[in-house]
Design a protein around this ligand. Structure first.
Ligand code: B12
Length: 218
């Protein structure tokens, strides 16, 4: 079912204005109307946050407004994530994914959505949270017997930390034991390939396909 214009407009406007209450109300209305939570994320939430990011970059809005939009998006994504999780029906784990946002970066909305989607599709996800040091990725991969180590990074300034993490796995001779993947707004497929990662995806649905491919279960 396509997203009715009234819900689309209200949610988008509320996110852009950083009105968390109005955004939450519109998201709950979308879920009550049985709209696909992933479509709400990709067709409304991401474009609205892209607009917020552009306005911030141009100096049309400042940090307080960016933070209000971030809070509104977090409130909305909690409901959408719960709805995605409720759709998951798989009981046996397809594979184990250790996931986190790289060191220095606190953006975790996209990472949380990817984690939820992976869980809904049958992966066990060990979520390390945000601002995760390279050594923490390595320790968690070893401790949990991970198949995949997934890094999220949203800023060009923290992107090198994904590479530092990959290099740490190389230095300790653990590179070939895990598939290392990366994603987030500042990463491209070309960058990920050139850096030597095993995969990249621009969105959560693609992340699921990528992880299935990497564990050879699709
Ligand atoms: C919300 C937001 C915030 C919130 C974050 C709240 C939170 N809990 O995450 C707050 C207000 C805290 C924030 C803070 C800052 N932010 Co900010 N923020 C944003 C904003 C508007 C949206 C990000 C977002 O959530 N997008 C929606 C999600 C769903 O998309 P996503 O993260 O890309 O994830 C999808 C895909 O990328 C993919 N994916 C994500 N991770 C992974 C991982 C894997 C393995 C795979 C396969 C796929 C994958 O799947 C996801 C789902 O589809 C962006 C602008 C933008 N256009 O992205 C700026 C933006 C990222 N922020 C920016 C900046 C500069 C900052 C600050 C430094 C501001 C400041 N001066 O303090 C701080 C950073 C603090 C820090 N140390 O990290 C810049 C970064 C610029 C750069 N250097 O690259 C941006 C791009 C804005 C801009 N245009 O200038 N921010």
């Amino acid at each position: 079912m396509s997203i009715p214009e009234s819900i689309r407009e209200r949610l988008s406007q509320a996110l852009i204005e950083g009105d968390a209450d109005a955004a939450e109300a519109a998201a709950l209305e979308a879920l009550q109307a049985d709209l696909d939570p992933l479509a709400v994320i990709s067709e409304v939430m991401i474009p609205a946050l892209t607009e917020v990011g552009n306005q911030f970059q141009c100096g049309d809005i400042f940090l307080p407004e960016l933070m209000m939009a971030g809070e509104a998006a977090e409130r909305v994504s909690k409901h959408l994530e719960a709805a995605i999780a409720a759709q998951g029906r798989t009981t046996t784990a397809l594979g184990i994914v250790v996931m986190g946002t790289v060191q220095g970066d606190v953006h975790d909305i996209g990472k949380n959505i990817v984690a939820t989607m992976l869980r809904a599709h049958g992966f066990k996800v060990v979520d390390l949270g945000r601002n995760v040091a390279p050594s923490k990725f390595l320790d968690a991969a070893r401790a949990n017997g991970a198949d995949i180590v997934a890094m999220s990074t949203l800023m060009t300034t923290t992107r090198p930390q994904a590479l530092n993490t990959l290099n740490l796995f190389r230095e300790v001779g653990a590179r070939d034991q895990y598939a290392l993947i990366v994603g987030g707004g500042c990463v491209t497929e070309t960058w990920a390939n050139e850096a030597g990662f095993d995969g990249y995806s621009a969105d959560a649905a693609g992340a699921v396909e990528l992880c299935k491919k990497l564990v050879n279960k699709n």
